[in-house]
Design a protein around this ligand. Structure first.
Ligand SMILES: NC(=O)c1ccc[n+]([C@@H]2O[C@H](COP(=O)([O-])OP(=O)(O)OC[C@H]3O[C@@H](n4cnc5c(N)ncnc54)[C@H](OP(=O)(O)O)[C@@H]3O)[C@@H](O)[C@H]2O)c1
Length: 284
């Protein structure tokens, strides 16, 4: 596993495990336990995923069984838009997440969306950061213009910006902008949530065959190799194993370019510039 150094000085594993869309508590606990057993040390949840309790139980079980230590783990959660009304609601949301996780601190708290009063909410998570409830703070889905303005007016530069990044939405400009601001890019949906035939794409499959790897491993490696942290999700142990087995090969510059050329220049999952999407989120 490789690590990146955040602007706090903390080391974050370049690859982690996401738990979006695993709402069943028992299943989620087993999935997270298996992910830790497989070797994942970065775990990515959110208040909105409704599975912080399950993740906390899996972490406690894995530590009790000697699979890992709390210090080895990097746990991320996110404050949802309904708690981004003001500083106090966001600060309290961090405390509620910690109670659900049954942890005294997490490693990273993100604002889940650039919606609600996100400046006030960021002051709330900044307070939590200063009190040691989280080791770092950051944002998600902050597109370049929003992030650039945001970084100019906050006291603590976000450590991470988690946005959708995969070969069909390369986000090269956004990544360069984040890096210039001292914000680490992290890819959600690094497997494009399985869309666009990503697992059977002939070019990705052919590149993988050269190294004895799957298309999934090729696209995860591609992001990691350009310094983008990845948090793939799978409920299946064989896929968890496959997705983390990307550290023993390197893509050539030509292969990196071939993969990046698949860029559609927009998301096929969510459109953050669509007012209907924003209305949907803030009314959830
Ligand atoms: N900040 C945000 O707004 C935001 C938004 C979305 C996601 N996220 C985070 O990012 C994480 C990852 O994104 P995601 O879960 O949306 O999508 P993803 O990781 O791109 O794709 C997950 C999908 O791919 C399948 N899959 C995984 N590995 C596979 C493999 N090797 N071969 C074939 N299929 C495979 C999974 O199925 P199975 O589970 O059935 O294996 C699942 O359907 C989330 O879990 C969450 O933590 C954040």
């Amino acid at each position: 596993m490789e690590f990146i150094t955040l602007n706090t000085g903390a080391k974050m594993p370049l690859e982690g495990f996401g738990v979006f869309q695993i709402p069943d508590a028992e299943e989620c606990e087993d999935v997270v336990y298996n992910a830790i057993k497989t070797g994942y040390r970065l775990l990515d949840t959110a208040a909105a995923y409704m599975n912080e309790e399950a993740l906390g139980k899996a972490v406690a079980r894995a530590i009790a069984d000697g699979l890992t230590t709390r210090e080895e783990l990097f746990i991320t959660t996110k404050v949802w838009v309904s708690d981004m009304k003001n500083e106090d609601t966001a600060y309290e949301a961090v405390k509620i997440s910690l109670a659900k996780l049954n942890l005294p601190y997490v490693d990273l708290v993100l604002l889940h969306q650039p919606m609600g009063d996100y400046f006030a909410a960021y002051r709330g998570i900044t307070k939590a950061y200063r009190e040691g409830l989280t080791k770092a703070i950051g944002v998600a889905n902050f597109y370049p213009a929003i992030l650039t303005n945001f970084c100019k007016f906050v006291e603590v530069t976000p450590a991470v910006n988690q946005v959708e990044i995969h070969p069909f939405f390369v986000q090269q400009g956004a990544i360069e902008n984040m890096k210039s601001l001292g914000v680490a890019p992290q890819a959600w949906g690094p497997l494009a949530e399985g869309k666009h035939g990503i697992f059977t794409d002939p070019e990705l499959v052919a590149i993988g065959e050269k190294y004895g790897k799957s298309a999934a491993q090729v696209v995860l490696r591609w992001n990691a190799q350009r310094g983008v942290s990845i948090i793939p999700k799978s409920v299946h142990v064989n896929r968890m194993e496959q997705n983390i087995d990307i550290w023993d090969f390197s893509l050539t510059d030509e292969e990196m370019t071939t993969i990046a050329a698949k860029d559609l220049g927009h998301s096929e999952i969510v459109d953050h510039s669509d007012p209907n999407f924003v209305n949907f989120i803030i009314n959830m």
